[in-house]
Design a protein around this ligand. Sequence first.
Ligand SMILES: Nc1ncnc2c1ncn2[C@@H]1O[C@H](COP(=O)(O)OP(=O)(O)OP(=O)(O)O)[C@@H](O)[C@H]1O
Length: 704
Amino acid sequence: MGDEDWEAEIIKPHVSSYVPVFEKDKYSSGSNGDTFNRTSASSSDAGESNKRENTPTVGSFGVGKGFGNRGFSNNKFEEGDSSGFWKESTNDCEDNQTRNRGFSKRGGYQDGNDSEASGPSRRGGRGSFRGCRGGFGLGRPSNEYDQDEGTQRAGSLFGSRRPALSGTGNGDTYQSRSGSGSGRGGYKGLNEEVITGSGKNSWKSEAEGGESGDIQGPKVTYIPPPPPEDEDSIFAHYQTGINFDKYDTILVEVSGHDAPPAILTFEEANLCQTLNNNIAKAGYTKLTPVQKYSIPIILAGRDLMACAQTGSGKTAAFLLPILAHMMRDGITASRFKELQEPECIIVAPTRELINQIYLEARKFSFGTCVRAVVIYGGTQLGHSIRQIVQGCNILCATPGRLMDIIGKEKIGLKQVKYLVLDEADRMLDMGFGPEMKKLISCPGMPSKEQRQTLLFSATFPEEIQRLAGEFLKSNYLFVAVGQVGGACRDVQQTILQVGQYSKREKLVEILRNIGDERTMVFVETKKKADFIATFLCQEKISTTSIHGDREQREREQALGDFRCGKCPVLVATSVAARGLDIENVQHVINFDLPSTIDEYVHRIGRTGRCGNTGRAISFFDPESDNHLAQPLVKVLSDAQQDVPAWLEEIAFSTYVPGFSGSTRGNVFASVDTRKNYQAKSTLNAAGFSSSSQAPNPVDDESWD
Ligand SMILES: Nc1ncnc2c1ncn2[C@@H]1O[C@H](COP(=O)(O)OP(=O)(O)OP(=O)(O)O)[C@@H](O)[C@H]1O
């Protein structure tokens, strides 16, 4: 069944009067049976505008006949439908969401009381559709701190696909504020943050165009609650698993010239006492392979591209040496400076991931003078700026928000010594690559010769490795722990052949067997995420969902409910595929397989982390997934998993000579793409050489 069919299914019987568990807590029945009044999920330090958003009486939700909180109101749906909602929805792939989701399909509440929101409702109304921009309210924010992402204002200027849509029926208005940002149209970044497609050319004008352009949309006012300050919470961690020591047996390949030797213990890293204390408090006693190799390389001031399996400690591998250097060299930015000039910028593709990295940075910098700050889309821009002006040495950011802040000249780049791209293959691909290029060519940004650039991921397709040359010094080192792009061996992978029409039944059967164990269920589209989450709730399986059409507040709530076990099932799109480190996720179910094998590897890597074991079950639909058969066979066999005979048959029958195994890049790339040209050594993670030097390399120049 294709997307079309899903849509048909969604429209018909399941759009009932059902309120999913994941929203029950947040909305209480309103004055008429058809509406829900929004209750506040306020943060303690909410500013003026946030208070407005938290006003408990705003908005009517189409829940009576609706679908979750998303405005899948029966009657509205049909009305919206004729306006092209469903046509829009056929492209409703998470990868295409970014900030273009202006008129999201969420059950927008009527925000008539909101004086600031330029009159009409600030949320996508019922029957509204996603992706529209333009036609926003034009009221200017009272001050720049209140402004939000430029993405919300530039809509109709830049690549707007549709004019503003006024929803029909019920007097609802459909001008959306779409929390996490709409507007800055054109080029859609994958998963999360934005790529502007503006016709403007310079980095600055684009950012400004987004921020301060004449056409303004409603503001995002969400201020995330501050993280807990007590030491126990800061250092809370989960235990390493029974397979943690097995990491030592994984082969590690280091390529490039003059790589410093690996270290075997934290002591060998010679970190300062405060860092060592923090490492101990975090429960780290032993280095993981990627840490053994990356820490000395970064301490030696070298650029690095590091590839290691999911859940194997890449975050600490870059944070610890950067912090060590910052402690050694001293820092310049302080809260007393007017212009904050961070020494380190870390970017990651999703909001939840960058927040997680920030929390790690805060943990390891605890008790030091280094201050980490996080900024990401879907939150009030003024809040981001206020965080920065209080002092910012390590800036953790999603690309869109980062470019907005740079465009507004709220940070200076001159002091940047470390630039880290986590999930680097994702950050350099078509979605974020252009934004990253803009970042490195921003005025003031030190050239690659003057900064240290660090790229980390569990997957590195060859073509992305080649693109990375632009970011890295030519003598960068490449560390590959195990097979590049390989799946974590601690995840037991099962592939089941399940046709579209049987998937739901199978899912329920599996979840009933699993019981209360934490499970992430991945689907391909945002719409389907809502649909499956609602369906599971109807089946009395406590479920929440995360995807790019949910407001940031909702996304964080969903993740929180999943983390604490309140909702043991999280239905997610690929927005949650990378990097998220959630304790006790024992199962990943690919209800839909992703379109690329790399995405598969990241998704299943949400379980089986840090030496713990996990299980991944994937529904393979021969109608739509045959292109993945070959790379799946490869990934399964590399990870020493059983390969079903039927899958091998499909792989064989779809065999294309010279096929590289992936729709985007070579899944079989096992090494540094430069490898034929340079010295390399292969060692196991304990640091012992298992092969000798390769022939002399050709000139470094040829790598670029
Ligand atoms: N040396 C260590 N000892 C104990 N725990 C560790 C160590 N290094 C990392 N961890 C923990 O392992 C978990 C996974 O680490 P991290 O999130 O950095 O993995 P990752 O390699 O970045 O994964 P992904 O590819 O999914 O992003 C985290 O909870 C982290 O605190």
